[in-house]
Design a protein around this ligand. Structure first.
Ligand SMILES: [Zn+2]
Length: 571
């Protein structure tokens, strides 16, 4: 095979297999009536019934229109109904692993540890390893973002706490900072390590991690099935996934069983392939790749490559023009795991150019103001070299924008792939990190919108080893509209001039995601011809206070005309 085409073939093979393997079960037809339906379509924003045949919407009507005859029907009983939520940024593989495995972020005592470990043993078949966990994270967070006194307050577990409940499962879990692990008796035996406490540190811990057997394909499928259940529960009908490329095999397996209940827009981030590509001057031409932006089909699609240009705020690895306010020595280096790659700007730029030349959409992580600014410079260059086109350049996070850069968004259909819930989570220490002035450009959803930037909302589920970001879109809507913590702080909202209204927020969580992924022809609004992806809520967001949204439920999730979640049936 011509090495130049390797990546294209790899991707093409995945999508050929997507198309040939079993399809989702055919939905026949369904009528949803007596609803308060927010369509997201500016020409007909409200409706009261929707008729879906097969996977697509065939008719929509208001109170004044005759409701069609249909045997399969759901009485919405006046409930608010919206286009299915499109979460434009998730890490599906990690989310599934956390849900089926163990999440110890908020655990900092023996009682919590025992109960979580017990839960994991009940979910996982005998012999499966229980790994990760990240205990003590929230405790560390509570102590202070600089981490000064963490070590004193994070509890140290002991294998005796879990040995008796884990006789069938080897356990190797770790503290939030991943410098210390706890192994149970069974794991120690399998690893050939002697330890009375089970606490492993340094080289011993790192070696132990390397010895943990790789997850079986079945386990990975089970994890993703667990994550799909979470999507159904929260009315998410499309996720845009940043998992590693081999996750597509998992999706194909679930799809072959007819159980894929959420559409996947896949954004692999393969820096290795790309740095090789750039090094070897692999420039993919449009003809060779075809219409990259719409590869795949309605269920599994592909159109973007994800990359990074800086790090994150929490670790002070985000790139700013000026030093961090609480540490004047740090802003001068590109840091983090991707340092090597992004330090090499010529190579990075080559990769960008190759991708853009092939009509593959770019989706690049940028947090600091300088990182965002450099990406706008790169966009300028692309427009000069490859000419103007509908490229929908995506800034992933677009977290802090320098005041002079906002006007550069005008008229360019730039997509801000933002996670409103981050606002509520980060605001506690943003000002300490970067100061009041720079915070004016942080999560500046209103200003970005005003300059014509397209907001595409998502969650970044499941988050990091410092915080769990739930997939629940209602939390994102709450954050965008209030800019408050879930406890309602501060009273007016954090930089309240950046609040957006509910309708705009809903649009960013539905149409924005679809448009951002070149999928607005298929989904994103409730309109004749679009896929029948619909979410029914038990709470009318338009007539309730945002704090009530946090407890609201999804009653029905419908994907392609098929009810995949019915809350009352579940209970
Ligand atoms: Zn992410």
């Amino acid at each position: 095979m011509n090495s130049k085409l390797t990546i294209i073939f790899v991707l093409a093979l995945y999508f050929i297999s997507c198309k040939t393997e079993g399809d989702q079960p055919e939905a026949s037809s369904i009528l949803l009536f007596n609803g308060k339906i927010w369509t997201g379509d500016d020409n007909q924003p409200w409706a009261s019934w929707i008729h879906i045949e097969g996977e697509r919407i065939v008719e929509i009507g208001g109170d004044e229109d005759d409701v069609p005859e249909e045997t399969n029907e759901i009485d919405l009983q006046g409930r608010l109904t919206v286009p299915g939520f499109n979460d434009s940024h998730v890490h599906f593989q990690s989310a599934g692993a956390l849900l089926l495995g163990i999440n110890l972020l908020d655990v900092n005592d023996p009682v919590g540890l025992i109960s979580e470990v017990k839960g994991a043993t009940e979910r996982l078949p005998e012999g499966s390893w229980i790994t990760r966990g990240d205990w003590g994270a929230y405790e560390a967070w509570g102590v202070g973002s600089d981490g000064s006194s963490r070590e004193n307050t994070i509890f140290t577990p002991h294998r005796s706490m879990i040995d008796s409940i884990t006789t069938d499962h080897p356990v190797l879990i770790n503290r939030y900072d991943r410098t210390e692990g706890l192994a149970n008796g069974l794991a120690l035996k399998e690893l050939g390590i002697e330890s009375e406490t089970g606490i492993l540190t340094g080289e011993v811990f790192l070696d132990a991690l390397k010895q943990v057997p790789e997850k079986s394909f079945e386990r990975r499928v089970a994890e993703s099935r667990r994550a799909l259940a979470e999507c159904r529960k929260y009315g998410v009908t499309t996720v845009q996934d940043m998992s590693a490329l081999d996750q597509v095999d998992v999706y194909n397996a679930i799809r072959a069983d007819g159980d894929l209940t959420c559409r996947i827009n896949f954004a692999p981030s393969r820096l290795i392939e790309f740095s090789n590509m750039a090094e070897k001057d692999w420039i993919i031409s449009r003809d060779e790749y075809g219409n990259a932006t719409t590869a795949g089909d309605d269920w599994i699609s592909f159109g973007t490559i994800k990359s990074h240009i800086d790090g994150i705020m929490g670790a002070r690895t985000a790139r700013f023009f000026q030093p961090y306010s609480d540490n004047i020595l740090e802003n001068a280096n590109w840091r983090g795991g991707w340092r090597e790659f992004s330090e090499d700007m010529p190579n990075f730029k080559k990769m960008i150019l190759a991708t853009d030349s092939a009509d593959i959409q770019l989706r690049i992580h940028a947090i600091g103001d300088q990182a965002n600014s450099i990406l706008l410079d790169i966009l300028d260059t692309l427009e000069i070299i490859n000419g103007p086109k509908d490229r929908r350049f995506r800034l992933v996070h677009a977290q802090v924008i320098a005041p002079e850069d906002f006007s550069r968004f005008e008229g360019r259909n730039i997509i801000a792939e933002v996670q409103p819930y981050h606002v509520t989570d980060d605001m506690r220490w943003m000002e300490e990190r970067i100061g009041y002035e720079r915070c004016k450009g942080a999560y500046a959803f209103k200003t970005l919108e005003d300059y014509g930037c397209i907001l595409s909302f998502g969650s970044d589920w499941p988050g990091t080893n410092a915080s769990y970001y739930p997939i629940n879109p209602l939390m994102g809507l709450y954050a965008a509209v209030t800019r408050q913590t879930i406890n309602g702080e501060p009273e007016e909202g954090w930089f309240p001039e950046q609040k957006i209204d509910l309708e705009k927020a809903l649009k960013a969580y539905t149409w924005g995601g679809a448009f951002g992924a070149f999928e607005e022809e298929r989904k994103g609004v409730i309109e004749v011809g679009k896929l029948g992806d619909i979410t029914v809520l038990d709470t009318d967001l338009f007539n309730t206070e945002p704090d009530e949204w946090l407890d609201a439920n999804v009653d029905f999730t419908i994907v392609g005309g098929k009810v995949v979640y019915d809350r009352l049936q579940q209970e």
